[in-house]
Design a protein around this ligand. Sequence first.
Ligand code: IMP
Length: 422
Amino acid sequence: MATGKVDALLGIVFGDEGKGKVVDYFTPQYDVVARFAGGPNAGHTIIFDGKKFVLRSIPSGIFDEGKLNIIGNGCVIAPDLFMLEAKEVESAGYQLTDRLHISRRAHLILPTHRVLDRAYEAAKGKAKVGTTGKGIGPTYSDKAARIGLRVGDVLNDFDAKYAALKARHEQILKDLHFTDYGITEEEKVWMEGVEYMKKFHLVDTEHEINRYLKEGKKVLAEGAQGSLLDIDHGTYPFVSSSSTTSGGVCTGLGVAPNTIGRIFGIFKAYSTRVGSGPFPVELFDETGAEIRRIGKEFGAVTGRDRRCGWIDLVALKYAIMINGVTDLVMMKSDVLDGFDTIKVCVAYEKDGETVTEMPYDTEGWNPVYEELPGWKTPLSDLRNESEFPAAFKSYIDYLEKALETPISIVSVSPDRDATIVR
Ligand code: IMP
């Protein structure tokens, strides 16, 4: 019997690598595009025909009419935000209800989860994670505590289940003395979102995906966030609460490890991070500000300034190892067009100790750099590798050698067609 494969497309650093654009570019080669982790904390920006869309929970394959899109069991979903997002896509002329299936096992983000997110952050003071405030941590906590509400619950005695979990949250908020909040309006829209969600196929997507695989169909697993935000492998506790790495594809979709095919690891030609937490390559100077300005490095969900720095090979090697990356995809190379010199972090140093393997605690390490000449040529109009300036080719060769993994795709501008396959 024919067996299709699940290929994974993962951000392998701190998220915001430009996954939306790459998934959108890849979609024609696949039958199904599926999200396996995270929720509306993600913001996948897609630009085509001069229009910009920011997808949060909906897979990026939604703009290709022939494809099925799945929100898998490993995801968390906020019905109100989902409704707003879906209506926006619908109003752009796309039919959604038959092409977007949602796992009944995915967990629901309640309005009180979002309040809890704020309350926990406030209680942490200086040690706060800098979350997106979308209730991600509290929702996954309830999942692990086996008290969460799942999408399947909306079809069965929902009001009582909702009231019970909400009461539980209210008690925690009271205990935390976090009582100055109002969710009446929010709750109303949230309930409308629950009703709206019922228009969609709320199904056992795990069986569905496996049926497709048996038929030889191809599935693309679309990552969210980045490997260093993974609950197990990231810079804990400054992480998100889901499994963002390739292992999460199996648990978050219900597919076996032997169905996984290629694993595409997406990274930028430089580094960024949103929120708190260690970031050894962070630049606090004019160069960092320049990268932010040229790269438009402001959060798609929160609008926050992203912290910027040079590329970090210590982090990339670690992420390639954890994920089993087979192919690298380098994004936003054009952002570095104007720099005389490009720095590459090859090791971390602290108190006379130098490491090249990602340490347990990345706090307090300083980057050790090697320098390469800049290409000083605009890349954004190039559509063929043969046109690449020599210094840019050298940058790619250097990275491939150091990372021991091929860079199969290079993106040189936000446009759909500026994606060069090598
Ligand atoms: P949470 O996922 O909202 O709980 O946030 C936890 C951490 O992950 C914070 O530092 C966020 O800034 C970061 N984070 C969450 N989602 C994204 C994303 O899509 N891109 C980049 N950072 C993210």
